[in-house]
Design a protein around this ligand. Structure first.
Ligand code: IMO
Ligand code: MG
Length: 423
């Protein structure tokens, strides 16, 4: 069985925890898009791990992790992540980590350009500043440097020279920023190539051969459906296809080989960075939920914006991703609330929208129409079976299933590995 776990909101849905659990039963875990803008948190005992580029399954010894061709790799960030894990006693041998030779490489000028571009925008995106957008832009412009190029000094030299010729003019003339010297970057990146060489291979072939051997693959989405470059709240999105469709292009595994897609959602909604968010809390609840849910970005530490569950949004994600099962994460964060709201449609200029609108003006000004339910006002973190959940919690989940037209299979009621209900 080959399955996908991805986010159905704006990222940070708790994918890391779910993947950590599901990957115990699969052989290989694959990242297919994004880069170190992602921050996937896994809590094991009293230890917390945050992954940015490495698939969250790296914690399971004996399982193989793959960074697919659709991912953009910052070699410095990756090497640091590997080093930090090894310091904590977890070795990452080449037999357990495979990086696609086709991954595009995040260069120093991408990181800097990410920040500089934001300074020129009136409507800032609020990026993570990791150089993700500029790196994907170079991929599509056809001047990107790939992992395989780091292994070939002649190609690396030619590509880097070409890039710097153009980019240095932009840096100096558009941004009044100093130029980059070829020597420094060339040496640094060639050295990264040497260090990462044992991991670099054709992961498309590796994955398809693994499938031929009847082994199972788990695809780990980063970001979420509404940060997807095509289906998200453009332009307040990331620069890759985080939806299930991104799996095929980002890994080289055909759609006919994918059996199932599981969507992760929070029991409420959060968003980091700028952009429309119809169900965002106004004030007091924002603080309460942010504190209870520890809603601070795992990558940048920025406070996350919080709001009620938006079924218009998630229903759209269920459709575009062909979702078979839902995982509701962080239900326990709602434990103390007297009343809980679910958004079932939007209203804008007298018109009711039941489907997620594309128009930016509608999205940013629409007023959510809510259904209100009684809370359960009881701790849920100790519960391990669905029927032991408080009645109102079950009612809430049932209502979400009706609205979203998909079944809930996993319910997370805490940060720890075992704080999960599997139906
Ligand atoms: P995980 O995988 C939440 C957001 C940024 C910004 C926008 C564009 O942990 O769910 P980028 O640096 O990608 O160009 O920024 O996307 N963003 C995320 N928000 N979770 C993430 O990843 C995110 N990755 C990017 O805050 O609004
Ligand atoms: Mg995250």
């Amino acid at each position: 069985m080959n399955l996908v776990v991805m986010g159905a909101q704006w990222g940070d849905e708790g994918k890391g925890k779910l993947i950590d659990i599901i990957s115990r039963d699969t052989d290989v875990t694959v990242r297919y898009q994004g880069g170190n803008n992602a921050g996937h948190t896994v809590v094991v005992g009293n230890k917390e791990y945050i992954f940015h580029l490495l698939p969250s399954a790296i914690l399971h010894k004996g399982k193989v992790c793959v960074i697919g061709n659709g991912v953009v790799v910052d070699p410095l960030a990756l090497l640091e992540e590997i080093k930090a894990l090894e310091k904590r006693g977890l070795k990452v041998p080449a037999s357990r980590l495979k990086i696609s030779d086709r991954c595009h490489v995040v260069m120093p000028y991408h990181r800097v350009l990410d920040g500089l571009r934001e300074t020129k925008r009136k409507n800032k995106i609020g990026t993570t500043g990791r150089g993700i957008g500029p790196c994907y832009a170079d991929k599509v412009t056809r001047c990107g440097i790939r992992m395989v190029d780091l292994l070939n000094p002649r190609i690396l030299k030619a590509k880097l020279e070409d890039n710097l010729r153009e980019k240095n003019e932009v840096f100096q003339k558009v941004f009044n920023h100093k130029a980059y010297s070829f020597e420094g970057i060339y040496k640094e990146y060639f050295a990264y190539g040497k260090k990462l060489a044992p991991y670099i291979c054709d992961t498309m072939l590796y994955l398809n051969r693994t499938i031929d051997k009847k082994k199972s693959i788990l695809f780990e989405g980063a970001q979420g459906t509404f940060l997807d470059i095509d289906f998200g709240t453009y332009p307040f999105v990331t620069s890759s296809n985080s939806i299930v469709g991104g799996v095929c292009v980002g890994s080289g595994v055909a759609p006919t080989k994918i059996d199932k897609a599981i969507a992760c959602v929070k029991a409420y909604t959060t968003r980091v960075g700028e952009g429309p968010f119809p169900t965002e809390f106004s004030t007091c609840l924002m603080e309460e939920i942010r504190t209870k849910g520890n809603e601070f970005g795992a990558t940048t530490g920025r406070p996350r914006r919080c709001g009620w569950f938006d079924s218009v949004l998630v229903r759209y994600a269920v459709i575009v991703n062909g979702i078979s099962d839902l995982a509701i994460m962080k239900l326990d964060v709602l434990d103390g609330l007297k009343k809980i709201k679910i958004c079932t449609s939007y209203r804008y200029r007298g018109k009711v929208y039941k489907d997620f609108p594309t128009d930016f003006e509608i999205l940013s000004q629409a007023k959510p129409i809510y259904e209100e339910m009684d809370g359960w006002m009881r701790p849920t973190s100790g519960v391990r079976s669905y029927r032991h959940l408080p009645k109102n919690a079950r009612k809430y989940i049932k209502r979400l299933e009706q609205l979203l037209k998909v079944g809930v299979k996993y319910i997370s009621i805490g940060t720890k590995r075992d704080e999960i209900i599997i139906r």
